[in-house]
Design a protein around this ligand. Sequence first.
Ligand code: PMP
Length: 344
Amino acid sequence: MEHKIDAYNNVLELVGNTPLIKLSKLASEIPGNFYAKVEAFNPGHSSKDRIALHIIEDAERKGILKPGDTIIETTSGNTGFSVAMVSIIKGYDCILAVSSKSSPDKIDMLRAMGAKVYVCPANVSADDPRSYYQVAKRMHEELKGSVYINQYFNDLNLDAHYQSTGPEIWNQTKGQITHLIACSGTGGTISGTAKYLKEQNKDVKVIGVDAYGSVLKKYHETREFDRGEIYPYRIEGLGKNLIPTATDFDVIDKFIKVTDEESAHTAREISKTEGLFVGYTSGAAFQAIKQLAEEGEFDENSVVVAIFPDHGSRYMSKVYSDKWMADQGFFDSKNIEEEQKIEY
Ligand code: PMP
């Protein structure tokens, strides 16, 4: 007997259609209307659910994947979690090569989702055989019947956002959006969303958020890859030491750089003022808005959408750890000791 029960068949039916939430308190001093597209509402708690599902279903449609095959990816954590989640539901094995810069809780989470995780050194160049790119590539070549998601160099990454994030934002703002602010890592989110929005209205201004220590902003301005721009930084998932082909630089109007320290404080501020527990790059996105406001980018007619890519729970040992903040020099450790002494 078929029961009429109001239920989803599995978590994958909940991917996408994330809410837009007004940033009433956070942006109260800035002219304009500010909204966050809160990607933590995806079942895998980040925007990467969209690309994992889109790329794997595309391979299924093309007949590349059969049950029991292996999905391989390089990831700072979020994409890995999403790929592992989609693999479980669809019956594939999942192998992930991750950077040692990823937080330990992210790595444990990937293992909890059934993925096999290889941790590779963070501060080696992309063409070094120890880098997570090279490790994933080798495994893909050696394993028959595997699909390599390859998010930095896969046009389907951009296409996932062109088909979902872009139309959602256009419909949610009833076509009134004036600015899109998004962090750029692979660039899939910003360029796929921007491409759709600019097709609807070419005047939508698209601003990418980049990290100090990353090459993206300079490349956008000069179309030259400048190794001199590269140095280590703390924010995970934002900026890059190579030029991803998943980024369409032509649909981005400009890039703005944010610091590790200000982005970390801003992430904590978002949680405390809006009750939205978000990740490090959400802090970077709103930090960019603060800097753009100072440059006079917005007026009272602006309708600004910032993409908040993931959930704060993934950063308990980093941005949301007072000790980590103090170790980075972002906090005065004396103040923490004083705060922790508070007793009733
Ligand atoms: N924020 C976080 C936390 C991420 O993991 C990523 C992806 N690397 C991004 C932002 C940037 O998204 P995209 O790769 O689509 O540019």
